[in-house]
Design a protein around this ligand. Structure first.
Ligand SMILES: [Ca+2]
Ligand SMILES: [Ca+2]
Length: 243
């Protein structure tokens, strides 16, 4: 009721003063995607108030679209000051239905990102991809963008730790990131004489050669003297190496 009284007062004041005819304002509304913009064309000054039900909104020139349809009551009047008195136009009403902001639904389900790590003797090869062909995926290694596939060289200095990030986007999707931590084992140099692979050269390696001879295992690593056969001479050669 408050707004009605307010504009009734404006109307009464306009009725009393007949000396100057004040043209009515023209309200125009421009539609935007997120906002509606209210403009008042008028000669002289004017008053503008916008109500949402019984609530007056604080920004009468910019009406934000909300998650639901809202009807607004826009009211404007013109006013002219002349020879010590204010003169007023009629109050112009404008009813505006502002439709709800359309939420663009995201495709469902969103794409998934995947890593493929192919282990190699000298390189680890990494692919990053998505299950959606329209989703472009970029691969980052320790924060640095890399081409696909990415080959990580194994280091002779030992294991290396990499953080791999796949990041993808496509129109209509939220950006997606996924991360993995990849340990790329270093290249292991074989130790001469360490035939059982325990990292040391001991009598156990001699026993390994003897076992190989008894088991007729002619694996190349047991051919310590390199003559093409696994025989007692390899045992002797290894013992000499140990001494
Ligand atoms: Ca050994
Ligand atoms: Ca041999």
């Amino acid at each position: 009721m408050k707004k009605v009284l307010y504009f009734l007062l404006m109307f009464l004041m306009a009725s009393v003063a007949h000396a100057i005819e004040v043209p009515d304002p023209v309200i125009t509304v421009t539609e935007g995607e997120e906002y509606y913009v209210v403009d008042v064309e008028v000669e002289g000054d004017y008053g503008l108030r916008v109500f949402n039900g019984n609530w007056e909104i604080e920004t009468p020139y910019v009406i934000q679209r909300l998650e639901e349809d809202v009807e607004y009551h826009i009211m404007a009047y013109a006013e002219i000051y002349s020879e010590g008195s204010w003169y007023y136009s009629n109050v112009v009403d404008y009813w505006l239905l502002v439709p709800a902001l359309e939420q663009t639904p995201l495709p469902s389900p969103p794409p998934m990102l995947y890593f493929d790590v192919i282990e190699g003797d000298e390189y680890y090869t990494v692919f990053a991809y998505s299950d959606d062909d329209h989703f472009t995926v970029s691969l980052f290694c320790d924060g640095v963008p890399v081409d696909n596939p990415y080959s990580i060289e194994r280091s002779p200095d030992g294991d290396m730790l990499y953080e791999l990030t796949a990041w993808g986007q496509a129109e209509g999707y939220n950006d997606i990131t996924d991360k993995i931590t990849l340990v790329v084992p270093g290249i292991v140099k074989p130790i001469t004489g360490d035939l059982n692979g325990d990292g040391e050269v001991t009598i156990a390696d001699v026993n390994a050669v003897i076992d190989a001879i008894l088991g007729q295992n002619s694996e190349k690593k047991y051919d310590f003297d390199g003559d093409g056969e696994v025989t007692i001479s390899d045992v002797m050669a290894l013992i000499n190496f140990l001494m």
